[in-house]
Design a protein around this ligand. Structure first.
Ligand code: AMP
Ligand code: GLY
Length: 419
């Protein structure tokens, strides 16, 4: 089978490595892939947002199955287009991907269907928003409606910060059109849990839970990033919490999307906060998380491609989805300065025996050598019987990968180990 994977980050590398375990797979194309993915797939220089280019490539290369994992192409309708060309595809159609593409949509969906989430107000003009935040309770959370590379959320500790956030998003238009509308929501507290779930629109199968570390610096300080490391399973996601999430959040969400005529098929990501009043939804994503995928998939014992195809075909209830009863830890090796300014083009080296544990995110090939080309460069993942062991091994690996300006957090997994 010829498989096409749209995207080119650490998440896509993890997906590609996993589907390669299926012996029916003969060839994998990554669009655009990256310098590290090139070891495991044929990388083709077509951008993940070039929907026409992707569709033409898929048709002319007689692709048997396509996997779309990044938010942008999903929201742009890559799955709709590939499906229309007769190519079966993993991922939601654009009408369902809106659950991530518009925070206003997601919040209104949760309100309408009684799915637990923070209280909120929606604003379409800066004047109304400024009037509201002038005497709203603080801290408060300001969110740009549309996609903003994970940076469109501002936690304001004072009303002044809240007004600044409104101006930045709606007047200075820091996130462009994504800031046409904003959500101002109640500040919640409690540990965060990421749960990725497979769904075919009927059955929902949650994967092993995980914990992301979104802030750039140790101790959860510094700016928000795409994610600096993950562990799985998440100790705060107890069996009781899992049961409550299934009943009050996961099944109601899939059901709500059906009722709205927006059946969601693919991987639905639940960003949860375990508040004193129970689990609540912080955000939905219409895709695998990055770097959650880099700890979740190494623990998956079942055939990923088979599960994905079952999501497409509506037969998810018939396939096994089994996770190893072990722990995983992933440390992101980033370029110093990420998520703001950083230099690139530095050669990367690591011992060959580490290659199974490495997922490449921001690296390119230059004269046959792997060089840094992005903020998040490499993810190293280890699986072990205990979280302590997985974390220690991942940090040992982190020391073995070398490139100039390498930066990583030193406390990935600490909160989970303390829990
Ligand atoms: P998001 O991009 O929606 O995941 O938000 C980024 C981060 O902001 C989350 O991981 C939370 O740590 C934080 N956050 C978002 N919404 C809230 C909220 N209502 N209360 C407290 N923290 C929040
Ligand atoms: N790691 C968070 C995300 O993928 O959005």
């Amino acid at each position: 089978m010829k498989i096409l994977v749209v995207g080119g980050g650490g998440r896509e590398h993890a997906v590609i490595k996993k589907i390669k375990e299926n012996s029916a797979v003969t060839e994998i194309f990554a669009l655009p892939g990256n310098g590290g993915i090139a070891r495991d797939a044929t990388c083709v220089g077509i951008k993940a947002t070039d929907i026409d280019g992707i569709a033409e490539f898929a048709v002319s290369n007689r692709i048997d199955y396509a996997i779309v994992t990044p938010d942008d192409p999903l929201c742009l309708g890559a799955v709709d287009r590939l499906t229309a060309e007769g190519i079966p595809c993993f991922g939601p159609v654009a009408a369902a991907a809106i659950i991530e593409g518009s925070k206003v949509f997601a919040k209104n969906l949760m309100r309408k269907y009684n799915i637990p989430t923070a209280e909120y107000e929606v604003f379409e003009s800066p004047e109304d928003a400024l009037r509201y935040v002038a005497d709203c309770p603080v801290p408060t959370v300001i969110k740009a409606d549309g996609l903003a590379l994970g940076k469109g959320v501002i936690i304001a500790n004072t009303r002044e910060e809240a007004s600044d956030a409104v101006r930045t998003i709606m007047e200075d238009r820091k996130f462009g059109k994504s800031g046409d509308k904003i959500v101002v929501e109640e500040f919640l507290t409690g540990p965060e849990v990421s749960v990725l779930a497979f769904t075919d629109g009927k059955t929902v199968v949650p994967m092993v839970s995980s914990m992301d570390h979104k802030r750039a610096l140790d101790g959860d300080r510094g700016p928000n990033t795409g994610g600096m490391g993950t562990i799985a399973p998440n100790p705060y996601y107890t069996e009781a919490v899992a049961a409550e999430c299934m009943e009050r959040i996961f099944l109601p969400t899939v059901d709500a999307m059906n009722r709205e005529g927006r059946t969601f098929k693919g991987c639905l990501y639940f960003g949860l906060m375990i508040t004193p009043k129970g689990p609540k939804v912080i955000e939905y994503n219409c895709r695998f998380g990055d770097p959650e995928t880099q700890v979740v998939l190494p623990l998956l014992k079942s055939d990923l491609l088979g599960i994905m195809m079952a999501c497409t075909n509506g037969t998810l209830a018939d396939v096994p989805v089994v996770f190893d009863d072990k722990c995983a830890a992933c440390v992101i090796l980033a370029s110093k300065g990420y998520p703001e300014k950083y230099d690139k083009g530095f050669p990367i080296t690591f011992p060959e025996e580490l290659s199974d544990n490495i997922f490449v995110a921001g690296a390119a090939l230059s004269e046959g050598r792997l060089v840094t080309s992005g903020g998040r460069v490499i993810a190293v993942t280890e699986v072990a019987d205990t979280l302590r062991e997985a974390v220690d091994k991942a940090y040992r690996d982190a020391g073995l990968v070398e490139f100039e300006n390498k930066y990583f957090r030193r406390d990935i997994g600490q909160k989970a180990l303390d829990a």
